[in-house]
Structure formats: structure tokens, C-alpha cells
Design a protein around this ligand. Sequence first.
Ligand SMILES: [Zn+2]
Length: 206
Amino acid sequence: MYFQEPSLLKFQQQMEDQQGSNNCRSLFGIENIPQSSQLRDVLDNIPSDAIAPIFKDFFSRLRRHKHLEGYAILPNVLMCSIDGTQYYSSKKISCEHCLHKEHKTGEKTYSHAVLQGAIMHPDKKQVIPVMPEAIQNTDGSKKQDCETNAAKRFIDRLKATHPRQKFLICGDGLMSHQPLIEKVLDNNMHYIFVCKPGDHQYLLNG
Ligand SMILES: [Zn+2]
């Protein structure tokens, strides 16, 4: 919630000026508000898996206090909507995990993305995010990672994290293909995927 303001530094400084305190200090015990470059230097070294237990704990607390029951889309089934989103793109700065795209001009664009999932219900304004899956190249793999591969890992992880919870996975036209549907069914989940006439000719026009 502290990250909704585009500049964390500006937001914290504003609080400091207006209220004589800021929540970097009151909540996290940080004496001096760090510059964004320092924040990145620190955060970049933490593997994203390190924050997975936070999502699981959050989910367990919601379940324990019966907040998840109102999200059931079918009896005991939660709907988890998934989609990919890119959060970094550069023509100059890259790392070994970057996805890369070569343009006709020979120029390259480097990027990072995640497959994000959230539990949603049509009658609820709030969504409950679950641990995202990074879409990134791993060491030694020649083939680029992609959204559908990340979705397969996401589904395995969702099942492993919440083995007794039933899910309905919701996704766009990228997801409505056999390998991913098999992955969903193998994990005993339901699915609703968008299916457009253009890329499902056999199903719709066959
Ligand atoms: Zn990178």
C-alpha cells in the first residue's frame, strides 16, 4: 500500500513534512528514507521466492477468519484470474534473466514480466493476489521463457501451495490451448478461457 504513490521517496518525505514522521520509520524502523537507487540495489538481490510465504500466510489468515467463503464462485471453488504483465523494458540495460526481442532494425529490447494471479468474485471490489510467477530466462536455457510456460509453473505452484483448495482458472486467449488445459485438468482444477474464432478455427468453424 505504500507503493501506490509513484514515488516512494516523495510520499515518505511528504508525510515527514506534514506529520513529522513517516511509515518507513514507524513501521520498518528505517531512520533515513532511502533513495530509489538504494532501494533497488537492496531489493534486486532478494530472490522473488523469498516473498512467497507472505502470500501463503495472507491467504491462510483470510481462510481462518472465513473471509474467503464470500469469494466462492461455485461451492468451495475460488476463481483465480491470471494474466501476464511486463514491468520492465529497456533497449540499453539488461541482465542474464531478461527476455529479449530483436527488431528488424537489429535493435534489441530487453524486458521482465510476471504472470500474476488473483482471486476474484464478480460481486467483490477487492481482489486477493497470490504469488506471481516470473516470466524470465533461467541460466543455461537457450529457449526464451513465455507467458504460457509461466502459467504452467504458476498452476503447479498454486496447487502445491493450496493442495486442498479447489480453483477455477480464468484467462485470456493465450491460455486456451491444449497443453495448458491439460495442466489445469491434471491439477484437478476448472477453467474458463477466452476462445476467439481467429485462433480456434477447428473448434468454432470445424
Ligand atoms: Zn533482466
